[in-house]
Design a protein around this ligand. Sequence first.
Ligand SMILES: [Zn+2]
Length: 51
Amino acid sequence: MSRIFWVACPKCKKKFYAAVDDYRHKDRKMMCPFCQARFLDEEADEIVDSD
Ligand SMILES: [Zn+2]
């Protein structure tokens, strides 16, 4: 099972989760499922890494 982290969209501020292997510390943009904004993890409003 892949690890996930919670991320808050910098545009609409809503939280969703993404796969660590795909998006954490990667140069690949996530897409917000609420407003369709695209952004990098370092641009996120908030990030919560789970263990
Ligand atoms: Zn959003």
